[in-house]
Write a new protein. Structure first.
Length: 191
């Protein structure tokens, strides 16, 4: 292969100034971080407390819309295909129909929303609002799924699927926004 053709191949796999290999590595890293976030678990019924939403918000913020979504789809696909990446070491497609299925299915949507909005402004308050919108997507879809598939009582679903998580996710929201704010000052989005 000539030097010219090698350069042409290298440019063809370059997206937004970074190679596809670099992007794939970041996508896999955030998928793995989401799986690790599921392992930091406080058991609770019907849905446990985990650190996953913190990672979902950061995936959207650092990776942007497309790659943030891909990281969360990769995470979900790994779990569906049998990797024990869900809370409690669970796996399988049936997990997506269980009590936490709506939250899990909302991860790519939340990452997309955060990725889309995060760069519009640089203030900390905007970043907090952006990530709060991502959390709201996760809570609303998770609560609706909990109502339809598990509890069949809307008040109970809101109480045990939305309000119970507000204090915990408020802490994660603050941590995610501050982490992104500080890292973005130095590096911005990852490739």
């Amino acid at each position: 292969m000539s030097a010219t053709s090698k350069l042409a191949v290298a440019k063809s796999i370059d997206v937004s100034g970074t190679t596809l290999l670099t992007q794939a590595a970041w996508i896999l890293l955030f998928a793995l971080a989401t799986a690790l976030g599921a392992r930091v678990e406080i058991p609770h019924e019907p849905v446990p407390f985990t650190l996953q939403t913190l990672v979902v918000l950061l995936a959207g913020a650092f990776l942007g819309t497309r790659n943030g979504v891909l990281s969360q789809i990769t995470y979900l696909a790994a779990g569906v295909m049998g990797a024990p990446v869900f809370a409690g070491g669970a796996f399988g497609a049936a997990r997506l129909l269980g009590p936490s299925g709506g939250y899990l299915l909302a991860f790519p949507i939340a990452a997309a929303l955060v990725g889309f909005l995060i760069g519009r402004r640089t203030s900390l308050s905007w970043r907090v609002l952006t990530m709060a919108a991502g959390l709201l997507v996760i809570f609303v879809l998770g609560t609706l799924h909990l109502y339809v598939f598990t509890l069949h009582n809307f008040g109970a679903a809101v109480s045990s699927g939305f309000f119970i998580f507000s204090w915990w996710d408020g802490l994660k929201l603050g941590a995610a926004a501050m982490t992104y704010q500080e890292v973005a000052k130095r590096w911005g989005k990852v490739p």
